[in-house]
Design a protein around this ligand. Sequence first.
Ligand SMILES: NC(=O)c1ccc[n+]([C@@H]2O[C@H](COP(=O)([O-])OP(=O)(O)OC[C@H]3O[C@@H](n4cnc5c(N)ncnc54)[C@H](O)[C@@H]3O)[C@@H](O)[C@H]2O)c1
Length: 262
Amino acid sequence: MKLTGIEGSTVLVTGAAGGIGSAVASCLATAGASVVAADIDGERATALADSLREGGSTALGLRMDVTDCTDVERVVDTVERSVGPIGILVNAAGVLGRVAALTEYEDAEWERVFAVNAHGPFNCMRAVGRRMAERRHGRIITVGSNSAAIVKTGQGLYGASKAAAHYLTNCLGLELAGLGVRCLVVAPGTTETAMSRTNWHLSGRREALLHGEQDSYRVGIPRGRFAQPEEIASVVGFLASDQAAHLTVTTVTVDGGSSLRP
Ligand SMILES: NC(=O)c1ccc[n+]([C@@H]2O[C@H](COP(=O)([O-])OP(=O)(O)OC[C@H]3O[C@@H](n4cnc5c(N)ncnc54)[C@H](O)[C@@H]3O)[C@@H](O)[C@H]2O)c1
């Protein structure tokens, strides 16, 4: 099935230097979008955009800190003026934070995880959502996490921050549903990127993540393997396309069956 409604659109992807963000940027560039790859790591975002342009796509790399609403407004304004009206926003920037018991977290850890994972999507969705509402057209996809809906030990801050991002995205989707703006969450399970590799490295939990861990209420991954970033990106691509025109205010979980949803 050829995806339509993406070619010619201006797409802003946050966290585009990361594993999932760069796969999403590549997927949408291949579908013919003009991709703005934004990340706090501006050098890697620019390198990604350079490689997409070498492949024949239209792409621009920018530094943007999603936690800074002034920076977000500045970048959104620049993109709209120099590239075009943003038709698709993908919120992929995120941090895992430390795996620890809730009672062990420092204030600064709470602030950082929520600043990136909850405040970040809010800043971006507010800036872009207003413009999309005026134009009565747009698609916003937040890369959340299956952790938002499963209580797990050691991930209190991360799961709570992702639950906030899910709620914000679906709430905006409800508020803008009549204005032609669709808002969706893609909730990955463990995916092979720098983020998950750091987690395994620090805590030696690769096998537990894969096969389940009774005391942390983990059920493992029935599919028997982790996701590849491209398998998350292809779902984002579908949701951004006209083939998903009636999908909004919902969460698509892409986790190899690990959250056992009915
Ligand atoms: N990898 C997994 O197992 C997994 C599972 C579920 C959900 N997710 C979510 O998927 C998204 C992408 O994660 P990933 O696995 O590609 O991780 P990653 O660490 O490879 O990429 C995250 C990117 O976000 C960027 N970033 C961090 N803080 C930022 C800020 N303040 N402003 C702008 N950019 C910032 C980083 O520089 C990095 O490039 C995240 O939101 C993550 O929570 C990942």
